[in-house]
Write a protein that binds this ligand. Sequence first.
Ligand SMILES: Cc1cc2nc3c(=O)[nH]c(=O)nc-3n(C[C@H](O)[C@H](O)[C@H](O)COP(=O)(O)OP(=O)(O)OC[C@H]3O[C@@H](n4cnc5c(N)ncnc54)[C@H](O)[C@@H]3O)c2cc1C
Length: 453
Amino acid sequence: MPGRQFDVIVVGAGSAGAVLAARLSERDDRRVLLVEAGPDHDREHTPPSISGPSFVAAMAEPGRSWSGLTARRTAEQGQRQYVRGRGAGGSSAINAMVALPGEQGDYDQWERDFGCAGWGWQSVAPWFERLPIPLRTATPNETGVVARALFAAEETAEPAMLTRSADGRRASVNDVYLEPARARSNLRIIGDALVNRVLLTGRRAAGVRLADGTEFEAATVIVCAGAVHSPAILLRSGIDREGIGLGLQDHPSFPLALNLRVPVADPVQRPAVTALLRASHLVHHDLQLLAMDVLDPSLPSLGLLMGAAMRVHSRGSVRLASPDPAIDPIVEFAMLSDERDLVALRAAATLAERVALSAAMTAVASPAPYDLSDASLMAWVGDYVHATGTCRMGPPDDAAAVVDTACRVIGYDGLLVCDASVMPSVPRANTHLPTVMIAERIAATFDATSAAV
Ligand SMILES: Cc1cc2nc3c(=O)[nH]c(=O)nc-3n(C[C@H](O)[C@H](O)[C@H](O)COP(=O)(O)OP(=O)(O)OC[C@H]3O[C@@H](n4cnc5c(N)ncnc54)[C@H](O)[C@@H]3O)c2cc1C
């Protein structure tokens, strides 16, 4: 489909953007353009590291993550790398494939506390059930020593459900949604194309401008660049909602490193996460513990128990460092700035310690030195690569809301944001499936809601 005029432009081919481009192009009279900053690979040309089961290998694939992006977790810490996927499939092409929908109370809170009518559990649950993404656990052969010890130590530990097909291949949104849509004459996908800004005519979206100056026109632009880059695009475009970039959340985590007594064979041939423990501290499933045999293929004797606090209250921000789209924004998580998150992280770290010191675990690994004091938690808290909340959904009269419950940017015509950034609070789940659920719903209601706010 040559030319520069489309009906809909989708920016970003990740967990949300790939779904929207595929669903909206099902109507063959709608011309859809999908623009992605990273490389576009169809199934045949996807590198083995991306299609394989290990996110450790996928993250190492050149060009498939935002290599210069950094974030500060707490004021006590410096800037360190923050991993986001890049290229067809976005973060779903490099993630750890853990598949969870979240808890009923998370979505009921979106509806009750954040005014997101129609996003309570009753409304969203059927959408999770009908997602076309195949889910499987790892095979017994793939289950590593740390996971086996976790199962032995904690009877409520579960095999992690993973987004994988029967042949063991990763099932990213590129595989599940874009691949079957690629032959459509009304869908054009452009990779290696960094969007600078949304073009506006007054308060109506008119298209996008790439970093190299190329412009494409469309009556509707849907920004799906993820919770770090979507607010940056809105800010570069001069959108005037005051909540843009505020409200950033991720799950704080604490790494308890394990020195394994047996080196792990073939670390990049297996899923890195095969087991998890969901536990309760104050509310149901507000703690998570991940068992990993490998963090770095060059260190085959280093395993990990990662405890995470899944119910989050602290909020940080994403701000522009420069109007230059090639310069990543400033990301400050302000993790543990709410005292409740420090208490929850201590509970998660204590859970990790309990498992690390269990007879089953000490038979195969010994914990590296660790310290669970508040100062140590502030110094070592990590993220869970689950950035959300920077273009929050809410009612138009809520100043903190950036989009309404149909993901339309409040006060603008023809402009939507749809990705993990619209979540009003991060659910007690890994965020890929919730993001896909949101995109499926917005695609299904697109025709009915595409009128102006
Ligand atoms: C290493 C890693 C492991 C993870 N593990 C899990 C897991 O096991 N389970 C789980 O549920 N979740 C996991 N997550 C989180 C989950 O994958 C994300 O929450 C989800 O994919 C976010 O979807 P999204 O559509 O908001 O953004 P993304 O999927 O990140 O997509 C955004 C896309 O927009 C593109 N883009 C950005 N800026 C521009 C621009 N200016 N112009 C054009 N394109 C642009 C990006 O390149 C990217 O392709 C993980 C994430 C990472 C990074």
